[in-house]
Design a protein around this ligand. Structure first.
Ligand SMILES: Cc1cc2nc3c(=O)[nH]c(=O)nc-3n(C[C@H](O)[C@H](O)[C@H](O)COP(=O)(O)OP(=O)(O)OC[C@H]3O[C@@H](n4cnc5c(N)ncnc54)[C@H](O)[C@@H]3O)c2cc1C
Length: 475
């Protein structure tokens, strides 16, 4: 690997893609400069995404479970919120993690520059430091990891503290009496769950016929049912035509075939209608990097752009815009730069919606199989037959396997239910290892756990489940 040790690499952006790339490059002996506007690495995921949202969702879970405990014979009084303390706890989590990354960066002798990078050409970056100084530095390779930002629809653009995006919603400045979540995707539903638990009357509006467009409907159903209980309303097939600030809130006008109330005033609104890649790096047009129509930087399987000295990873190169995809791409890009024979070709990238219940899937989905006219066998295990789910009083879940009818290979795994996000890793491993239904059925899972439902789904496939009666498939 001698040829790579002399390379000087720049990584633009310190998110999960950028810091993973920078750390591995340093571990492989390269000289690394990591540039990001924040004091420490972390990116959207740690400062304004995955971590703060999950910290708040944990609080939401505590509140909901303490309320639900009544059904089990334990009654708690209503929780009292101490918002400043809650905020500082969440900030503390972020600080610990980002501070830790700062330490790890120093230990690896990475030059971390707090600032912004612009291209002068394919190998020279103009760096504007946070302290006002700036310089131009030449690099052998540059990795773009500039991530994404919340998308804004022009008709919803309103400069008002009552109008939030995911970043300001995570600041948790107050708990609005009523909150309209515009967009029924995972970010809107996760944040809506937090605010509903904290006491807001939350409504969700989605222009498509179902929440979480793209996810299998049988997974969304239990979530939808529970959300109907915790949310004030769920408006489907409905668009927001206009928003206007008034003294007591935001007046929202709805349009759509099912609209009953055309106008309504909400204390606050949260716009969560997707994310846009940050491809507009100054000077990028001085390089040979190409950007597609949606704003994603074009890369090959080694994450190399159309400019041979520039690589790009993470949200800025495409869907799924998820932290774990970004960091794996970061590792692949660095290994490719190091001359290793690598390609980013995962068989499955897991997706998790951290609502209550959680939804998680990996590999082929039923929706995708139908769209591609692909023949699959689906084996479902309903959690109503799971001992562990009963002990948790959470039997609404479902685990399913998508199997190749000829080879019986696991093509997809999907779960809705408490803790689905933790359970899905077994499915990812099964798909990556090319497991067959029999491998899963023969793997002894601990009892009583929710993980058993994955094994039990495989038993359903063979008609051998002892917890359910399903006739054996015809020979
Ligand atoms: C509310 C919310 C919740 C989320 N929850 C999850 C989750 O649970 N799980 C999950 O996997 N994903 C989640 N995501 C998505 C996840 O945050 C992103 O997929 C991930 O952060 C992408 O990583 P990245 O490295 O591509 O870029 P980012 O994390 O976006 O980092 C890019 C960095 O580059 C910096 N930058 C941009 N331009 C420049 C420049 N010119 N010079 C220097 N620096 C620059 C940015 O300031 C930023 O710090 C969530 C996102 C949001 C908004």
């Amino acid at each position: 690997m001698t040829e790579t040790t002399n390379l000087h690499i720049a990584v633009i952006g310190g998110g999960p893609g950028g810091y993973a790339a920078a750390f591995l490059a340093a571990d492989l002996g390269m000289k690394v400069t990591l540039i990001d506007p924040e004091l420490n690495p972390g990116g959207v995921c740690l400062y304004r995404g995955c971590i703060p949202s999950k910290a708040l969702l944990h609080v939401a879970k505590l509140i909901t479970e303490s309320r639900d405990a009544k059904n089990l014979g334990v009654e708690f009084s209503e929780p009292k919120l101490d918002l400043p303390r809650l905020r500082s706890w969440k900030e503390g989590v972020i600080k610990k993690l980002t501070g830790g990354l700062g330490q790890l960066s120093k230990q690896r002798k990475i030059e971390y520059i707090q600032g912004k990078a612009a291209f002068e050409n394919s190998t020279i970056l103009r760096i504007s430091r946070a302290d006002g100084s700036g310089d131009s530095i030449s690099f052998d390779r540059i990795i773009i990891a500039t991530g994404s930002r919340p998308a804004i629809i022009p008709s919803l653009r309103l400069d008002s503290p009552r109008m939030m995006d995911s970043t300001s919603a995570l600041d948790l400045n107050d708990v609005p009496s009523s909150l309209l979540v515009i967009g029924g995707g995972y970010i809107g539903l996760e944040l809506g769950t937090v605010y509903a638990a904290l006491g807001s009357k939350v409504s969700v509006v989605e222009m498509l016929p179902g929440l979480l467009p793209g996810a299998d409907r049988d997974l969304v159903l239990p979530l939808h049912k529970r959300m109907e209980k915790i949310f004030a309303s769920i408006l489907l097939n409905t668009t927001v035509a206009s928003v206007k600030e008034e003294t007591n809130g935001i007046r929202v006008t709805f349009e759509g075939p099912e609209v009953k109330e055309r106008e309504k005033v909400f204390d606050k609104a949260l716009v969560s209608v997707g994310r846009k890649p940050n491809y507009e790096i100054p000077g990028l047009d001085e390089t040979k990097v190409k950007v597609d129509q949606r704003g994603f930087i074009q890369v090959n399987k080694q994450l190399q752009t159309t400019d041979p000295s520039i690589y790009a990873i993470g949200d800025v190169v495409g869907e799924p815009m998820l932290a774990h995809k970004a960091s794996h791409e970061g590792r692949t890009a660095v290994e490719a730069i190091a001359g290793h024979k690598v390609a980013f070709e995962p068989n499955s990238i897991p997706a998790v919606v951290f609502t209550d219940p959680e939804i998680a899937w990996c590999g082929l989905t039923e929706t995708q199989a139908q769209r591609e006219n692909r023949e699959v066998k689906v084996a479902r295990f309903p959690w109503v037959a799971s001992g562990r789910a009963l002990t948790l009083d959470r039997t609404e879940g479902l685990t399913k396997l998508l199997l190749d009818p000829q080879t019986e290979r696991v093509l997809g795994v999907a779960i809705v239910g408490a803790g689905a996000g933790e359970l899905i890793a077994e499915g990812v491993l099964a798909i990556e290892m090319g497991a067959l239904a029999q491998d899963i059925a023969l793997t002894i899972h601990p009892h009583p756990t929710l993980s058993e439902t994955i094994m039990q789904s495989a038993e359903v496939f063979f008609g051998t489940s002892t917890d359910l009666y399903r006739p054996k498939p015809a020979p």
